[in-house]
Design a protein around this ligand. Structure first.
Ligand SMILES: *Cc1c(COP(=O)(O)O)cnc(C)c1O
Length: 299
């Protein structure tokens, strides 16, 4: 990348509003598309964008809003769509394939998926897909994924080599048939955790009444997060912090000019969240064991 950080912060680039509490790829994709990420704080209950704060961040350079449907739960996509009809909505659904809002899948304007092995539908390496209900977007993306060519060896614009490998597609087409079953198992696992951790010092995931989560993660909040984490690891329970440093505080984004304190909810989440095992093959006994160890350590 020949551009300097200062160039990227310059006045001639699009701004895209997104979350500071997400996997790095959300904002990394914006940087590489010569867009300036503009962060908005999250709602601490859902970990998704705080929609009420979006409007004040819109400028004449804003071209899109990029909500992240984190941990398997879709954001209030209807409210986001109604903020400004001139802006594209680009959903990052890498963690929420199959998630619903008011009983519906919503693939507008653009909905991005990842098939990295840690996702609900994973391939055997790297892969991804984009869903859209907009024909112009569809055609543009199809051309973009193959070096921007219209006919073979004729290029209207510069795209890249973003083609999906056939071997990954073959694997995904077999696994796709089981996705609904795996989602149901994740939901059943979450329900059992909810029951076991209720009425304790642990804050269990909050799912909006309009949302159906596919639980890519089961993410709790606890005051003594690091202690609970090491207690679980000591008992051979895999668990992880998604994410320990919000994007506005990452060294690579210092050029954007944010500082500690700018997004208190994202920063609070980064210090208090812990994701427990939730994968479909877990047994009830295993879930009870995990919950018992969480309750032993939570203060
Ligand atoms: C996995 C993921 C991505 C995509 O990551 P890749 O490594 O490019 O597959 C983007 N956003 C979120 C929130 C993710 O979890």
């Amino acid at each position: 990348m020949a551009l300097s950080a200062r160039d990227l912060a310059g006045s001639y680039y699009n701004e895209v509003i997104t979350s500071p509490f997400t996997f790095f790829a959300t904002a990394g994709a914006l940087y590489r598309s010569l867009c300036k990420p503009v962060f908005v704080d999250i709602d601490l209950r859902t970990f998704n964008l705080d929609i009420a704060q979006i409007e004040s961040k819109i400028s004449e350079k804003t071209s899109a809003i990029m909500p992240v449907n984190l941990f398997g739960q879709m954001c209030d996509i209807e409210s986001i769509e109604s903020i400004d009809s001139n802006l594209y909505v680009i959903q990052d659904s890498c963690q929420s394939i199959g998630a619903l809002w008011k009983g519906k899948k919503i693939n507008k304007d653009v909905n991005c998926l990842s098939f990295f092995p840690s996702k609900n539908l994973g391939c055997f390496g790297d892969g991804g897909a984009v869903l859209t209900d907009d024909e112009d977007v569809y055609n543009r993306l199809k051309q973009t994924r193959n070096h921007g060519q219209s006919n073979q060896y004729f290029h209207d614009f510069v795209g890249g080599n973003f083609r999906g490998d056939a071997i990954q597609a073959a694997i995904l087409s077999v696994k796709l048939k089981r996705l609904n079953l795996w989602t149901q198992r994740r939901q059943a696992n979450a329900e059992l955790y909810d029951k076991l951790l209720r009425d304790s010092l642990v804050i269990t995931p909050y799912i909006d009444e309009n949302a159906m989560s596919v639980y890519n993660q089961y993410t709790i909040q606890v005051n003594n997060r690091d202690e609970v984490k090491s207690h679980l690891l000591k008992n051979d329970i895999g668990c992880a912090v998604y994410y320990p440093l919000p994007l506005h505080l990452q060294p690579c984004f210092q050029y954007l000019g944010y500082k500690k304190g700018d997004f208190p909810n994202a920063e609070y989440a980064s210090e208090h969240v812990l994701s427990l095992p939730i994968y479909p093959e877990l047994t009830e006994d295993q879930i009870c064991f995990v919950a018992e160890k969480v309750l032993e350590a939570a203060k």
